[in-house]
Design a protein around this ligand. Sequence first.
Ligand code: ARG
Length: 457
Amino acid sequence: MAKLWGGRFEAGLDEKTEKFGASIAFDQKMARQDLKGSLAHVTMLATTGILSKEEAEQIKAGIKKVEEKYENGEIDFKIENEDIHMNMETYLHAEIGAVAGKLHTARSRNDQVATDMHLWLKETLDDTLDKLHNLRQVIVNLATEHVETIMPGYTHLQHAQPISFGHHLMAYYSMLTRDFERFDFNIKHADISPLGAAALAGTTFPIDRKETAALMGFGDVYVNSMDAVSDRDFILEFLSNASILMMHLSRFCEEIILWCSNEYKFVTLSDAFSTGSSIMPQKKNPDMAELIRGKSGRVYGNLFGLLTVMKSLPLAYNKDLQEDKEGMFDTAETILTSLDIMAGMLSTLSVNESVMAESTEKDFSNATELADYLAAKGLPFRKAHEIVGQMVLECTKNSCYLQDVPLERYQEVSPLIENDIYETLKSRTAVERRNSFGGTGFEQVKMQISLAQEALK
Ligand code: ARG
């Protein structure tokens, strides 16, 4: 069949060229958005008198029929029609004949594709926010159960100070809340209508861009037609936000993977989120956590892919921009699935509380307690630090821990040390007493949880 743009051409397109240039294999994901945009456009063409009412009604009825066919899976997308826009227009033509050709008055595929992408991303951002909200709730629920579960807190992956597992979880809640805010802000830039910018310069027809924007549910319109057709910042923002989100999920997954290992045994994943080995019968692997960690790579790749496509691109539309779609679709699919899997994994996780707590009993993560104890009794902290450092060294040589040192020895080291030191050195006490604002003290963790519960309402 002849191309919709075929007038200027004498010869047909080379087959390879046709396939190379076509985007229908992937942009068919925006079929509904494309129809929505066309419906708004033709409605406006009638209210402004650019088309007659009858023409517009015919076209609208045609679009509805195409929509029905699409929903029934009766549309067969063709490479020869290149992209979603021309595939849909070709179907419209088949439905209503020549009047279909009037739909494209005062419109270009350049503003059309930008419109479709804005519409598509707006919906995806809503889904992302829903799933992020759900995951945040799952984390808060788990944290609520584990306010008083004691675990080692790490720096340099070495036992540092004992903490509440709930506190550890709420750190991830905080990260995901910032992610939520970033995706939420992303809506502001997705919610602008490019329709009516036409190819790049606007149009001589008396169109009403605010009407089409309102019909499609956009809050705003681009004020510069060249920016409208060549802006992909809203997608770059999505890819950046998604990259930061995946970075957070990958950190969480990495910890879960460590916690499942024989060396830690802090948590056990439910069977539904683990897999076995084809050779080693004993294996139960945290594959899903590994996969989420791994998928952060493709999301970063998609961000860098589009940043690179956009770099140095002259105004306004260039075919390079067709490369904006696959990375966006892939990223959306990746983050939406990862958020679901993560929520499922965490809500079915068993926490081995005693193992976690015990691992803070055979270490020196209470050394700061002893130093703080001396400092609170008036010794300069630096001096206290030195004394405790020497005690740790002594214990290491004697294969014992600070809580095993007899009181007589402590009093030789410093008469400030009394019998209450043993209570002070307990990890539970250490956690409970860290009550500075935002600390791991139980009261502080409860405070974070109640703020989160309020925010999630
Ligand atoms: N499939 C094209 C894209 O995704 C639609 C816009 C085509 N415009 C053009 N002037 N060739 O970018």
